[in-house]
Design a protein around this ligand. Structure first.
Ligand code: F6R
Length: 606
């Protein structure tokens, strides 16, 4: 959700900033801009649309300077126009901003009454006018920034650049992440370590309420009381952070195909084949909780939805799943016997973080499953379990979903074993099943050419339904979400049994209906639901295994046969054709697969 970068360099910064913004473009891509200081004078270039437009503009209208700030935007207040693109400037200060200034309208009215003229529709512009008013009143840049920050409500990260101050950036974090990069006679600020990866591998993360005075040789961090504080400098693994598309056309395709490898990594970390046990030393008092609440947003929420089935089955405890944005405002009664599990790829999702803080305030125990180990959600948890998917750049989540599911499964098995609700033999059986995943997923990926063919037909539809029972129900929801997100085809996921309670009215010969039905105890019921669809001319795409295909009734329009698998791995396996189907439909429709319209990867605003 908006990417920001700041550089105090030894060389011309404009090209470095464009490179850094490229690595942040997954966060927002409706406009971009940079500001630099050339001989102490502030100048800006901004362009709507993708970063390439800013790069092109910089060819015709270059920007010189060794100090600068840059931004890639995901619009919250104001349309994605050039005027609304960051950096914003008033007088001697320019600012880039991620997040929302909630009290901007009050501040704007106050500033306008004092004579300020606003050029944009953004909430951010109040920051530069406020800061400029303090500079004009004779305050130093640090004083002006602090007085400005003190007036702002909301969740944000900000970087200030001042005319005449070639060796100064002021960075502030309240609610949105910000990393400081240490170089040799150079200094950097970025929304995440990924942006700074080629520039430095020495990173410190600002904590909540911190602000930093950044110069090339000295970086001083202050907490919310303005007291000087130390923040640990970590050495990041650059190879891990430097990501490209490799031989693939899109990050999403690459990430779909990485799933066997990342699942193997996660299995190596969380399972021990020699003992047949889960290897997850959690240090949790598993007898303490009597209720589990799983909270997340979007795809991560669907991972929690699958996990509900596993947790109830293995732990025999009441389990609730919650959409974070609803949960946090409902104020549900919880206590110290509640285990809160928070699942988030980015570890920065604003609603999930707020929900975590709510559970903490009620005395609950906090376990998180995140992909970004240094994220706020990880840092605020009693136990943070890395999902080990590696950087996920495509906006539509794929490999992170698989790894979230694997981590949730491993946690459920290990906790059940320690609570005594499953035997050692059952644990070993489940671990054996999980360890088949890389091989099974590789075989599922082999279906890609068939799925690409089917997508030619599916992509013509204006509506697609996805049906599933048991753990296939959340996979149906996830399949529909993936299709909507990247191909813009309207899609809905339903529990198969729910179809006749309303959605069946949508079915006709133009509506593809994807039926997820592995063999097993729910297969017969799923076949009845499939028959109901076919009786109304619905175009069924059956996704099943060999036994499921043999036992299928009627004549679906098409069938995909996945390898046989144990029930615990089925949701991970059956998500693969859903990802491939949405990917190939998006290719058919010619949409922007990695950066679909209106979406951003890390949703740090409510
Ligand atoms: C969908 C997708 C989103 C995210 C959601 C939560 O493909 O990526 O629905 O799953 O925004 O994000 P995280 O996992 O970062 O909290």
């Amino acid at each position: 959700m908006c990417g920001i970068v700041g550089i105090l360099g030894k060389h011309q910064v404009a090209p470095l900033m464009v490179e850094a913004l490229k690595r942040l473009e997954y966060r927002g891509y409706d406009s971009a801009g940079i500001a630099t200081l050339d001989d102490g004078t502030l100048d800006r270039r901004r362009a709507t649309g993708k970063l390439i437009n800013l790069s092109d503009l910089l060819v015709t209208e270059p920007l010189a300077g060794l100090s600068g700030i840059g931004h890639t935007r995901w619009a919250t207040h104001g349309k994605p126009t050039q005027a609304n693109a960051h950096p914003h400037q008033a007088g001697r200060v320019a600012v880039v901003h991620n997040g929302i200034i909630e009290n901007f309208s009050t501040l704007r009215a106050e500033l306008e009454a004092g004579g300020a003229t606003f050029q944009t529709e953004t909430d951010t512009e109040v920051v530069v006018h406020l800061c400029d008013s303090h500079l004009r009143a004779g305050k130093t840049p640090l004083e002006a920034a602090r007085l400005t920050l003190a007036r702002l409500h909301g969740a944000f990260a900000l970087v200030f650049l001042f005319a005449g101050q070639d060796d100064l950036l002021i960075a502030a974090r309240r609610g949105s992440p910000l990393a400081i990069g240490y170089g040799e006679g150079e200094a950097f600020v970025g929304s995440d370590a990924l942006a700074l990866a080629p520039l430095t591998n020495r990173i410190a993360y600002l904590e909540e309420g911190d602000h930093a005075v950044v110069t090339r040789n000295v970086i001083t961090v202050y907490d919310e009381t303005d007291a000087e504080v130390e923040r640990k400098i970590e050495t990041t693994d650059l190879d891990h952070l430097l990501v490209d598309k490799g031989r693939y056309k899109h990050f999403m395709a690459k990430e779909i195909h990485e799933q066997p490898a990342v699942l193997a990594d996660a299995l190596a970390r969380y399972t021990d084949p020699s003992t047949g046990r889960i290897d997850m030393e959690t240090g949790l008092d598993v007898s303490r909780f009597d209720r589990v609440v799983l909270v997340a947003c979007g795809t991560a929420h669907y991972a929690c939805h699958v996990a509900k089935y596993w947790f109830e089955d293995l732990l025999r405890l009441p389990v609730e799943i919650e959409v974070a944005s609803e949960f946090r405002y409902r104020e549900p009664p919880l206590n110290e016997r509640t285990l809160g599990i928070f699942v988030s790829q980015s570890g920065e999702t604003a609603d999930t973080l707020a929900a975590l803080r709510y559970v903490r305030a009620q005395g609950g125990m906090i376990v998180s499953m995140v992909n970004v180990d240094s994220s706020t959600i990880a840092r605020e948890s009693d136990l943070a379990l890395p999902i080990l998917a590696g950087p996920e750049i495509g906006v539509a989540s794929t490999k992170a979903f698989a790894c979230q599911l694997l981590t949730l499964a491993a946690f459920a098995i290990s906790t059940a074993s320690r609570r005594g609700t499953i035997t050692g033999d059952r644990e070993a059986e489940l671990v054996r099943a999980l360890r088949t995943l890389p091989e099974l997923v590789t075989r599922a990926l082999d279906l890609e050419p068939t799925i690409a063919d089917l997508s030619r037909e599916v992509a013509k539809a204006t509506d697609v339904l996805f049906l599933g029972r048991g753990t296939m129900y959340p996979i149906a929801l996830e399949g529909a979400l993936k299709l909507k997100e990247i191909s813009y085809i309207h899609a809905e996921g339903y529990a198969s049994g729910e179809l006749k309670h309303g959605p069946i009215a949508l079915v006709d010969e133009f509506v593809p209906v994807v039926v997820l039905a592995p063999s097993g105890n729910l297969h017969d019921k799923s076949m009845s639901n499939m028959e109901e669809v076919m009786a109304r001319d619905g175009k069924v795409l059956l996704v099943t295994d060999s036994d499921g295909a043999k036992a299928a009734t009627g004549e679906p329009w098409a069938a995909l046969e996945l390898p046989d698998c144990a029930p615990i791995v089925a949701p991970i396996l059956y998500a693969i054709p859903m990802q491939l189907l949405s990917y190939h439909c998006a290719l058919q429709k010619g949409t922007d697969v990695d950066q679909p319209r209106n979406l951003a990867k890390s949703v740090t605003v409510e």
